[in-house]
Ligand binder design. Structure first.
Ligand code: M6R
Length: 611
């Protein structure tokens, strides 16, 4: 989604803001812009396309005197990605400009009203309307910028993170949030506002997370937070961000996605730390004790996080003995669902800002249902609005394609089902022991196999990346991994890929089978092996090509296929932690082979803060 960075301090603001925008590129964008005040004049420079174009324009200008600036990367919602629609948007009177993330739902009514009052517009955006709405409020004599900003925002419905710059108050940035992430960075003689931490992490780790309905005012030497409604001061806590710039950089890898796939062993270790005792093998998740063990669990998420929920469903049912359903957030939120007494919702989100997941969480809470969040970002909206949150400890995930976050979600969900199961006394000692020992050895094992797995993924990608389409098939816990494999191929290489439950093939999809439409069949040595192998043979009987992803050969588990990709065996559900990176690496290699923009696939954004 769009990115915001604002700076006021003692450094040249323009290069700093451009650098901040670069660190937000992973969120996805199609145009960018910056505004700054120099010689008391408000400058706005914008470009359609990549940031480089904005930099090229700026390179012809003298900008070194500006020490206050706001920048924006835009992911188009209202109007095409043109220069006119790019942010910042200046008001008609030229007395301020704003950058805005989110959607102002009632912008058309406001635009009509402002047009009737002599305002003119240069873009198709809702954001320009907001800029003019503030400008209109300023027309009332004696009104301060803060007051005008607050009044305009109170009239706006929808979602926003918005920052405002005015030559009438040249060292100050005003910003506000409602249903879109925004945070304040505190430095010495300098302050930052941004939609995500990496934007200013090179300068400070001291952060204040804003809540909905708050406005901030920052100058080089001060920061203040107010209620958006009555401008009463709000006390905020300063948090220290533990991760550093290094962990938000590529670290020698060609792409963030590759780096993040290879970070999975470390991410698993971090997600287990303090939760799985390596000596007693006990699981400890004290955050869960704040709520009674639910009698029914409703997992809600989007995209890859939804796949994590599907993967964990049998664990909640079989290990924790909790009936469980898994739903797509964008469906749940509009369904007026019936909730059971004793039920809890479990919302899973890497970013903690996904609009549909957040809305689903709110729907459940309105119905009196307690909410448990599984999140990767401390201070995110979902983390704050959930009654309890279990953090996944994946570290910053920059690539749009979610990889290590899913791996950590799987670890955390598995630990949760063990924890609840143990508390209920329904997890046998032997199961806990086998699982715990398997988990503790996972990071080292995974680390040692990733390089060769990548080589195998590369050779398969080169062979199959030009196909018309492909299936990813699995049963049981391999089914969510199969649909995840298909999602990754779709989003990164734009190849038509379908993930299916292997048993469903004969109910329709098998009609697609032909030599140019191969099937990747997930065949771990589990109780589903024989059935899935039969489904695979049904495909082969129709001349379909098959890539079988399976464990090392042993009696009773023979496989004949066009390619047999052997993945080390792991205990029970832990095999998923080896199959998952294989699929991730295949999609990565296919996308790079086809020359696609791996970290920023077309039409996608990292954090989907619109419905
Ligand atoms: O931040 P979230 O986990 O809530 O994001 C959910 C989806 O938008 C996300 O997983 C998306 O599907 C990824 N692009 C998949 O790689």
């Amino acid at each position: 989604m769009c990115g915001i960075i604002g700076y006021t301090g003692h450094r040249p603001a323009v290069p700093l803001v451009i650098e901040g925008l670069r660190r937000l590129e992973y969120r996805g964008y199609d145009s960018s812009g910056i505004s700054f005040i120099q010689n008391k004049k408000l400058e706005v420079i914008r470009a359609a396309g990549k940031l480089k174009l904005l930099e090229d324009t700026l390179s012809c200008m003298e900008v070194s005197l500006a020490t206050t600036a706001v920048g924006h990367t835009r992911w188009a919602t209202h109007g095409e990605p043109t220069v006119e629609n790019a942010h910042p948007h200046k008001s008609f009177c030229g007395n301020l400009c704003i950058v805005h993330n989110g959607i102002i739902e009632n912008y058309q009514e406001t635009k009509n009203f402002l047009s009737g009052n002599g305002f003119e517009f240069n873009s198709q955006t809702d954001s320009e309307v907001l800029a003019n709405s503030v400008s209109f409020e300023l027309k009332t004599p004696g009104t301060t910028i803060l007051e005008a900003f607050s009044r305009a925002l109170q009239k706006a419905t929808g979602a926003y993170a918005v920052a405002l710059l005015s030559p009438d108050d040249p060292d100050t940035i005003y910003a506000a949030r409602h249903s879109a992430p925004l945070l304040l960075g505190i430095g010495a003689g300098e302050h930052f506002v941004a939609s995500d931490i990496p934007a200013f992490l090179a300068y400070t780790r001291e952060v204040v997370f804003l809540d909905d309905g708050e406005i901030i005012k920052i100058t080089p030497n001060s920061w203040e937070v107010f209620s958006l409604y009555d401008l009463a001061p709000v006390e905020k806590q300063v948090k220290i961000i533990e991760w550093d710039v290094q962990s938000a950089q590529k670290g020698g890898f060609r792409h963030f996605m590759l780096k993040e796939i290879f970070e999975q062993p470390r991410a698993i270790k971090d997600s287990l730390a303090g939760r799985l005792n390596p000596v007693t093998l006990d699981v400890n998740l004290p955050e869960l004790d704040a709520l009674p063990i639910p009698s029914h669990l409703r997992v809600i998420a989007c995209g890859t996080s939804y796949h994590a929920g599907l993967w964990a469903l049998p664990l909640f049912e079989q290990w924790a003995n909790i009936p469980c359903t898994v739903e797509i957030a964008s469906e749940f939120r509009y369904r007026d669902p019936l909730m059971h007494q004793g039920e809890a919702v479990l919302v899973i989100s890497q970013s903690g800002e996904t609009a549909d997941t957040l809305a689903a969480l709110r729907v459940a809470k309105e119905k009196g249902c307690p909410a448990i969040g599984v999140c990767n970002v401390i201070g995110s909206s979902i983390a704050r609005e959930s009654d309890i949150t279990v953090f996944t400890q994946a570290g910053p995930e920059i690539s749009v394609a979610s990889t290590k976050a899913l791996c950590c979600q799987m670890v955390v969900l598995l630990l949760m089902s063990l924890y609840w199961g143990r508390k209920k006394g329904v997890v046998a000692d032997q199961l806990l022991k086998d699982c715990a020992q398997g988990l503790l050895t996972l990071p080292t094992q995974l680390e040692s196999i990733l390089p060769s797995m990548r080589e195998e993924a590369k050779s398969l990608a080169w062979r199959y990346a030009s196909c018309r389409g492909m299936f990813f098939l699995g049963r049981g816990q391999s089914y969510p991994l199969a649909i995840e494999g298909a999602l990754k191929v779709k989003e990164l290489s734009y190849i038509h890929a379908e993930g299916y439950a292997a048993g469903e093939m004969k109910h329709g999809p098998i009609a697609l089978i032909e030599p140019d439409f191969p099937s990747f069949v997930l065949l771990p040595h589990d109780k589903h092996f024989t059935k899935t192998r039969s489904n695979m043979e049904e495909i082969q009987a129709r001349r379909g090509k098959v890539i079988a992803i399976t464990n090392p050969l042993k009696n009773g588990f023979e496989v004949r296929a066009d390619n047999v990709w052997t993945i080390p065996e792991a205990w029970g559900p832990l095999s998923g932690f080896f199959f998952l990176p294989a699929l991730q690496l295949f999609s990565y290699e296919a996308a790079t082979y086809l020359g696609k923009d791996v970290d920023q696939p077309r039409n996608l954004a990292k954090s989907v803060t619109v419905e």
